[in-house]
Design a protein around this ligand. Structure first.
Ligand code: FMN
Length: 203
């Protein structure tokens, strides 16, 4: 399903075409493509080049691992993410490795790496759906995450589903697959001089 963004100004095709589906094809994702996706994360910018992100990956060719990762998602996410051939749990280091001081930018930098994952995956014909709906304590326990790190989110990756894959979703998710994508206009978040005062640049 293509749902290109209806943009106010032109943007790169990868940004226009990325969106978060819940219907995934059963087609497995070749390991070489997953390697490229993680390589993209590797080259994200980060505060002091700390690279605070870690990823725990599970693919459906190992059903036990896939099931373990799936079980860490909240029930509503499990209902659709069970079809995604790749599940990833994200983890972030709380402090700088070199001096032990808190890394205020850790979640920001994890987000940048996740953003690279989204864009690289889109370039490879894959779809990505990020999730905050994760049982974080269960992730910590299941994967023995040390206290220096915190589990943060999950990511589903796979090839796009078609009509059959939409039809097998629970009903409450089906409409979202074809619904248009919406965003706030630029003048609601690009300001000048005072917070809340729109920049002339954006109309
Ligand atoms: C950090 C983050 C957490 C999210 N958590 C969930 C989630 O738990 N379940 C879900 O179905 N979608 C989740 N989403 C997907 C968002 O709802 C989606 O990105 C948003 O509606 C914009 O749609 P688009 O990505 O298709 O443009 C999450 C997205 C992000 C970035």
């Amino acid at each position: 399903m293509n749902k290109p963004a209806n943009t106010q100004h032109p943007v790169h095709e990868l940004i226009r075409n990325r969106w978060s589906p819940r219907a995934f094809s059963d087609r497995p994702v070749p390991p070489e493509l997953l390697q490229q996706v993680f390589e993209a994360a590797r080259w994200a910018a980060s505060s002091f080049n700390e690279q605070p992100w870690s990823y725990i990956v599970a693919t459906r060719d190992n059903p036990q691992e896939h099931g373990l990762a799936l079980s860490c998602l909240v029930e509503a996410n499990q209902q659709w993410a069970k079809h995604a051939p790749v599940l990833i749990l994200t983890v972030v280091r709380k402090t700088f490795a070199k001096n032990g001081k808190p890394n205020r930018c850790r979640e920001h930098d994890l987000g940048l790496a996740d953003g690279n994952i989204c864009i690289q995956a889109t370039a490879l014909g894959l779809m990505v759906h990020q999730m905050a709906g994760v049982n974080l304590e269960q992730v910590r326990h299941t994967y023995q995450i040390p206290d220096t790190h915190e589990p943060f989110s999950a990511i589903a990756i796979g090839y796009p589903g078609g009509e059959a894959e939409i039809a097998r979703l629970p009903e409450q998710f089906q409409e979202g697959e074809t619904a248009p994508r919406t965003r706030k206009p630029l003048d609601q978040f690009v300001f000048s001089r005072r917070f809340g005062s729109k920049a002339n640049l954006v109309g």
